[in-house]
Design a protein around this ligand. Structure first.
Ligand code: HAX
Length: 443
């Protein structure tokens, strides 16, 4: 058993016992109530999932094991002389529940390098796909194509005790995360660079090696990628990609199946694909207005046109957040520090000056502030990374860190399959009538 796995076992096994005892003692306590609007409106606000890796506060934003993004930018280990945290560190924090040391992240970097070999058949499968296959489709298919390597599926087939599920899920999670940069870079190079692939560099960290294989071997880009892959890693358990991964995994589908389905959820324009949509929307706005640097008045007009056409302004709004996303602010801070004069970043900040007021005036958009996706494309474009239909794959590579750490916890906790109940419209109407009748004073 590797050292990280030993630490995880030492931390998680006693907590799994504690959770069982806690549920026995406190399982009957009522946590909250929900409304018909929540049933119809996507269960928002109903606390129905157990997730330890991160927590989301509507006002404060995401915290990972209690640490905010600004704290993590300061406290997580970096490469020597580096300016951004290493994603290895956030994975350690989510898995173990404590801040890692330099040695902890070095161990994970080395371990992911060791496990990073991608089977040839995955590349052959990708090469068989038309070049216009969306990068997210390619990504999801490549993850699924690795499923035949699942140690969990093989062990389950042999017959294993429930108590050991987590051990195999851990191995799959580590192998899967280790392979993703190679797979994702391969998709990028085959789709946009005539299949001129770049060999991995074994001495680099996970994000640095990914940047290298993408073909943007620039130290500042590598720093940006380390930050990018850290801040997109997790957003508590209820978001589309985390929830889908959890749900699929709860059926004891192995981590490859589970993560591939999570990626399919991330590919939706209301979720991760919004990072591609934002840049598409900005380019359309620049074209429609005939300028690369529209004024705030022109931006306002374009937002109003978007709304009048019954389309969303991508990068704005959130199902939980009610303030500017700290992940947006971290990216803005990076750009303001390292390339304050970048034209597109300045345009993103100008939109931020205008959009919250205009969206707020509609009276129906619950959160008129920007989310993570409003900024990320502008950072990438700064480095000439302009193939924006690829951007959601970057998000997906990062999201693996959170959902795989959580999957390890779900199996060690022995969480059962997720299976909420549903209700018909007819039954809901009858229920509402009964509640209304009971609350109407008798004449
Ligand atoms: N532009 C226009 N209309 C918006 C809007 C926006 N940015 N955000 C919300 N609305 C609309 C909704 O479509 C909804 O309209 P209807 O009542 O006509 O159906 C109404 O305002 C109320 O929505 P809400 O309760 O405020 O928001 P939801 O929880 O239903 O949806 C979304 C949250 C993020 C999906 C939504 O804000 C949206 O569509 N934003 C644009 C797409 C986007 O940026 N998605 C990425 C979100 C972050 C993420 O997951 N990243 O991966």
């Amino acid at each position: 058993m590797d050292i990280l796995k030993q630490k995880f076992a030492a931390k998680a096994l006693p907590l799994a016992q504690e959770l069982k005892a806690f549920n026995k003692e406190s399982g009957h306590l009522v946590v909250g109530e929900y409304t018909i609007d929540q049933i119809i409106g996507g269960m928002k606000g109903i606390k129905g999932l157990l997730t330890d890796t991160s927590a989301l506060d509507p006002e404060l934003g995401i915290s990972f094991r209690g640490y905010s993004i600004p704290e993590l930018r300061e406290k997580l280990p970096r490469i020597p002389g580096g300016i951004s945290p290493l994603p290895e560190g956030i994975f350690y924090l989510m898995l173990i529940g404590e801040l890692p040391t330099e040695e902890d992240v070095q161990f994970i970097s080395a371990e992911w390098q060791r496990r990073s070999n991608v089977p040839e058949h995955v590349f052959a499968m990708l090469n068989g796909l038309p070049l216009d296959t969306h990068p997210m489709t390619q990504f999801s298919m490549a993850i699924l194509a690795m499923q035949n390597d699942s140690e969990f599926a093989a062990a389950y087939e042999r017959g294993i005790s429930k108590d050991t599920y987590w051990e195999y899920v851990y191995e799959d999670a580590m192998n899967l995360i280790a392979r993703l940069p190679r797979v994702a870079a391969y998709i990028y190079r085959r789709t946009f660079h005539n299949g001129h692939h770049i060999e991995p560099e074994p001495n680099l960290d996970w994000a640095g090696n990914f940047a290298h294989m993408l073909g943007i071997d620039n130290p500042s880009f590598k720093s940006m990628m380390r930050l990018y892959l850290t801040i997109h890693a997790d957003h508590e358990g209820g978001n589309g990609s985390a929830h889908t991964t959890h749900l699929t995994g709860s059926m004891l589908s192995d981590p490859y199946y589970a993560f591939s389905s999570g990626i399919n959820s991330l590919a939706g324009p209301l979720h991760g694909l919004a990072n591609q949509e934002v840049i598409g929307w900005i380019f359309k706005m620049q074209k429609a207005l005939g300028t690369e640097s529209p004024t705030e008045a022109e931006i306002e007009q374009y937002i109003r046109t978007t709304l009048a056409n019954k389309q969303v302004v991508p990068g704005y709004g959130h199902a939980v957040l009610r303030r500017t996303d700290p992940r947006f602010l971290a990216q803005q801070d990076f750009a303001k520090t390292y390339f304050p004069d970048d034209n597109l970043c300045q345009l993103v900040w100008k939109i931020y000056n205008v959009a919250p007021r205009v969206l707020g005036e509609t009276g129906k958009i619950k959160n008129p502030f920007p989310n993570v996706d409003a900024h990320s494309g502008a950072l990438l474009l700064h480095y000439g990374f302009n193939e924006y239909t690829y951007y959601t794959v970057l998000f997906g590579v990062s999201r693996a860190l959170g959902v795989m750490a959580q999957l390890c916890w779900s199996r060690v906790y022995g969480l059962p399959l997720e299976r909420p109940g549903s209700i018909t419209f007819d039954a809901l109407k009858k229920l509402a009538a009964k509640i209304n009748e009971a609350s109407t004073p008798k004449a």
